[in-house]
Design a protein around this ligand. Sequence first.
Ligand code: MSP
Length: 653
Amino acid sequence: MEKKSKPTFTVTTPIYYVNDVPHIGHAYTTIIADALARYNKMAGRDVFFLTGTDEHGQKIEKAAAEKGLTPRALADSVVGRTLDLWKALDIEYDLFIRTTMPIHEAGVQKVFLRLLEKGDIYKGEYKGWYCVSDEAFLAEDAPLGKDGVKVCPDCGKAAVVVSEPTYFFRLSAYQEKLLEFYESHPRFVRPASRMNEVASFVRGGLKDLSITRTTVRWGVPVPGDPAHTIYVWFDALHNYITGTGFDWDMERFARFWPAQVHLIGKDILRFHAVFWPAFLMASGLPLPECVFGHGWWLKDEAKMSKSRGNVLDPYTIIHAFGPDPLRYFLLREVPIGLDGNFSHEGFVHRVNSDLANDFGNLVHRTLTMIQQYFQGRLEGVDAEREDDRALREAFDSTRASVRGHYESYALNKALEEIWVFIGAANKYLADNAPWKLAKDPSRRGRLARVLYQAACAIRGASHLAAPVMPASARKIWDLLGESTTPQEVAFDAFGFDGMACGQAMKAPRALFPRVDLKLFLAEEAGKPEASKETRPQSAIKETTMDVITIDEFKKLDLRVALVLKAERVEGATKLLKLQIDVGTETRQIVAGVAETYAPEDLVGKRFIVIVNLKPAVIRGVESQGMLLAGIKEGGKAVIPFFEGEIPAGSKVQ
Ligand code: MSP
């Protein structure tokens, strides 16, 4: 009997130019693709996720010359850094295609020859205005500037006149076929609003397209006519078929082509929704199901791009917070089709409220109580009550709608729904107040049920969010004592209470860092340019910490200290040098409290000091201990003083 094969799902990103390393805008497309690939695997499909780099053409030739490199050397170095970034962002692609790979070049030449023989490619003469930066000819009706030069309407740079013998692709022959195709496949271009834009461009008339250059050496040579190289967009678009196996692994090609979705930025919609389907029609190959044009990430209201100099380096965030907060923020903040303005304030707000407060605290509180009241193993769990069932049912309906959102690429809505459920789980805990139940030994079974239900909610929420936050979901499942990872459990096979009651759960670990906005901004502003090395670590406040035992706590020697003398530390605005009496001796400590207290405010005051801390030298001054203070937003310290008389050296416990 023939084995029934799994349904497939092929998702692609644009292939990125190698004139520079990717920024947050490029990371965005790749993260969307990764989340869709991960979801589809969990939905039981055989997934092929293709990404890569666009390495030929004048733009790369020029960028390499400016850097004194060969195009190949530039491409190799940028590709290396791109691969590092995808790794840091937890991107699990199946194939990274480079247009300089022989499998790709051969495939492009094969298509070229096929269309030449068929008559869809023919030789002629082209004269027109060309934008080198965008690698595109300007429309013939683009206005001529006062200086007699045409300016690229997309990037605003001066175009140049190009006149050369060229091979044309007979695009005009596909006008009607394209319009018919759009008509019968209204979901080909998404969001739907962009379909009109595409169809009206085609209705406006299509001219044949020049697809070779004699002035560019860095490209795929035209087979049999090597004075010409193939136009970079004709070359690049074909990565989608060469990457899925065309001409070198036809079995794979048959399995994974056509793609379900080409994810692209709206800037390159015309290439993907007009030229690409026409090329495929000419080759007699099936068309992709959908071209999804996402919006742009803006910085200060302008598209983030290297040429505008307003790009953000994803590493500044990844190094400080790990990949998941950035993945979550980019996918949660705006619907895929719309533009989003990237602000650090927006990022910090989301991370603190959704990740640290809502989800992080839920996980932390639940696991802490399971440790505290049951040493990590729930037992004697009472039967489910009405409100317990309500939480389970809320999860089931959340799962159904989240599934629908993932299927329709509405990732922000999927996350929104998951967080509504997290809110319900937080409310469930607050309503059932397990900390009160814990005081009544006769209610131990009920306490176990409430904590079990909360643990199931955490497990369920992380399962639903796993495509977007794979590393955090894995961590949470590990803490819950699960032996599998969330991604190994199929979306439909997941049961809310499919977790054994008595399994050993671990004490919580820090999951999502809480960020201090002012410190984060200060550190951002303080550095000349975002780079791999800069890590705004100190802006992170851990809301969730490892649980320690009372014996570990007892290792701290906390004492009441009396301030005898206080002075500023030269050259440090935040530091004071204090002489303190700790009962047995006089000590010197350095404390970061000068923004809140003048030296004279502290003399005669009593507060808590850790006296058995290893001495450290701070700004050249030795510190033999550390005082305890609360830290306000913005990093200012507030010291809790003892009001009444208490002798210096008294133990604090
Ligand atoms: N090489 C072509 C694509 C060829 S695909 C056959 C190209 N490369 S690119 O590196 O300039 O940009 C690729 C994609 O990066 C854009 O389409 C878009 O998906 C993404 N972005 C670049 N800047 C962006 C933002 N500021 N915001 C969101 N995405 C943007 O075009």
